[in-house]
Design a binder for this molecule. Sequence first.
Ligand SMILES: [Zn+2]
Length: 594
Amino acid sequence: MIRYQINSSEPASHYFDVSIRIVKPDPAGQQLRLPNWIPGSYMIRDFARNLLDLHASDQTGELAIEQIDKSNWRVAACNGELTVTYKVYANDLSVRAAYLDHTHGYYNGSSVFVEILGQGDQPCEVLIQKPDADYCADWKLATSLGRKQAAAYEFGLYEALDYDDLIDHPVEMSAFTRISFDACGVPHDIILTGRFECDQARLAGDLKTICEHHIRFFGEPAPMDYYQFQVLVVGEGYGGLEHRASTSLIASRASLPKPGQSGVEDDYRDFLGLCSHEYFHTWNVKRIKPAVYRPYDLQTEVYTDLLWAFEGITSYYDDLALLRCGLIEVDSYLELLAQTMTRVQRGPGRSRQSAAESSFNAWTKFYKQDENAANAIVSYYAKGCLIAACIDLKMRELTAAQQDLDAVMRHLWQAYLEQGKGVEPDSIQRLVSEITGVDLGSFLDELIYGTDELPLPELLASVGIEVVRRVAKNPQDKGGKDIEGALPGVDFGAMLKDGESGLTIQRVIEAGAAQSGGLSAGDQIIAVDGLKLSLGQFESKALRASAGDSWRVHAFRRDELHRFDVVLQAAAETTFVLKVTDQQQAEREAWLGN
Ligand SMILES: [Zn+2]
């Protein structure tokens, strides 16, 4: 048995204090290690950089510690029980690491608990103590970790099956608000931390609807006997990370439903989509997972072509579930799908990188996006979602709606339950062909490993949905809706924002007008045709311009003033709107399922 203990003598300084009692350490020299990344977020984060004051002792006193590399240590030979202590600096207000101050504490085990090498498969206990400080007096504790000697929502002794379990139940400590509901017999809690206004009954009702939909999608019983949504409410923020029996979310205040408000506003729809997404992961990636993730090697990058399936298929079902369970209408769903199509279409990187390559390079490209990202990469979330739609619609078309992607997911789930095996790179292609009775190998290979345009317009037509293309009105235009008023006929080929002394170029589109004229991301445009312009004035000027017009642009690059002549290009139709036609009504209703 390994006993972890976590407390903080100084929460306001962002320090957690950890101590570990190892009853049977390796007497020749116990090795300790901390993960370098957290499952679900595929980037090396080097959590050990926040670990300080590492000490070890046995009954004879303090022991020497040899550091092997950035995240591994070896304690000198010891006699009997070993105690290890250290501090963790916790000041990352994200869902991926740890945070602590006078308002709340939060941690993922992967940021705070070292693994006792050779004993990772052993059960362990963790004593989570309430900090002494006055401002923590009303703090409670929320986690999906098993309780050993702790009252519900209280500090105390918790337990984990093994190290993997220990680090897959994030912990929230604060004076949080708890909202409880039951989904298919499984108790669920929503834990809200921060300053907010919320129609709690409505939120609980809507999440219950989503959770029951997903549980029934894969089939009862649910794979967990308890589930927790941990929500940190902030002014501006969006994100989530999935775990086996919980999810940690960051949401903006505006995204929660206000008391007395009805209808699903865009921000609330985004929040429901996020909850739906993370909950779907309870099956797809937390249990059904790439074979190379069984088990995870958290020391180094683990490469897979399959994130398009685990994130993309999850992204496909997150919003579709909102429609299928009646929380949003068809028009609203089609707007979201059209926005995803628009996001993919606007990046020239889509013809350079496949969804499989995007998955494989998540570590160094998707998670490390710079100003050139749109030119260089495609998102395995967004393109993966569209690939999922293509597979679903193709299966429906070939089988008169008798088979679909739902069946593929249920097969993967059954295979997990029966054999516990991971998903291989060709598993989905094989399953789709088996289920439909048609060899769809090359069709799927092109979607997953190719960079040609996806056949979505034809496939959407098979369910009576027309794809309409238009140019973007402005940078805020995400697509999905008709726009009133005139649209620009020209494209400057850059994303701009208002800056201190003019307009800042955030990124340029490859081979677009700005790049062809010599402009670069980071340039500060101070005048166009001799005049200083705000973003609004710039857009008005574009509305009056024609393709082939040349604009004289003065811009600072670093502290040097340069002159550029930019020849405007005809605006490309990279923005999509989806329209329901009066064709194929039965097929459409069977697909959208409402
Ligand atoms: Zn996800």
